[in-house]
Unconditional design. Structure first.
Length: 157
């Protein structure tokens, strides 16, 4: 298969040179919406380390799957570029998902105790987890989310 026969995927059509941290609708596939939860400016040299990404994943994935939209969450996980996360949700209005995400992050920031999934039985790299790292990342992202309005859900090109 040659390169010219391969279609560019949607996330590669976004201009990452102007993309700012935010909450974006990345794509819609029927009743499933993929959200780009951009926590950092791409290509700015400020990337999440693996422990931070992993820790945020454990906290948010657990809490959002225990939230009011738990039955509609398909997936939550990190972007390979280390500048954010993807959240896939079915049958929920973007405003509701945005509000729920704010609540989940506030819950994570208030949480005290062991990070969720912090054992060899539950995780394949449990030694690479830090509640403090997750809270630092989520605290900064919460400030971004609180400024996002419904009109900002669409990528600016």
């Amino acid at each position: 298969m040659s390169e010219k026969n391969i279609a560019k995927i949607a996330s590669f059509t976004i201009n990452h040179e102007i993309l700012e941290p935010g909450f974006y609708i990345s794509r819609i596939d029927g009743d499933i919406i993929t959200y780009d939860l951009r926590t950092r400016k791409p290509n700015a040299g400020d990337y999440m380390d693996n422990s931070t990404m992993h820790s945020v994943e454990h906290m948010v994935a657990t809490l959002i799957r225990n939230s009011e939209i738990k039955n509609d969450v398909i997936y939550f996980g990190p972007m390979g570029c280390q500048t954010g996360f993807y959240l896939l949700v079915k049958d929920r209005a973007p405003v509701k998902v945005h509000q729920c995400l704010i609540s989940v992050i506030e819950e994570a920031l208030a949480y005290e105790g062991e990070i969720f999934g912090n054992s060899a039985v539950e995780c394949g790299n449990y030694r690479s987890l830090s509640l403090e790292a997750a809270k630092r990342e989520l605290k900064a992202y919460l400030e971004v989310l609180k400024k996002v309005e419904e009109k900002d859900y669409v990528y600016k090109q």
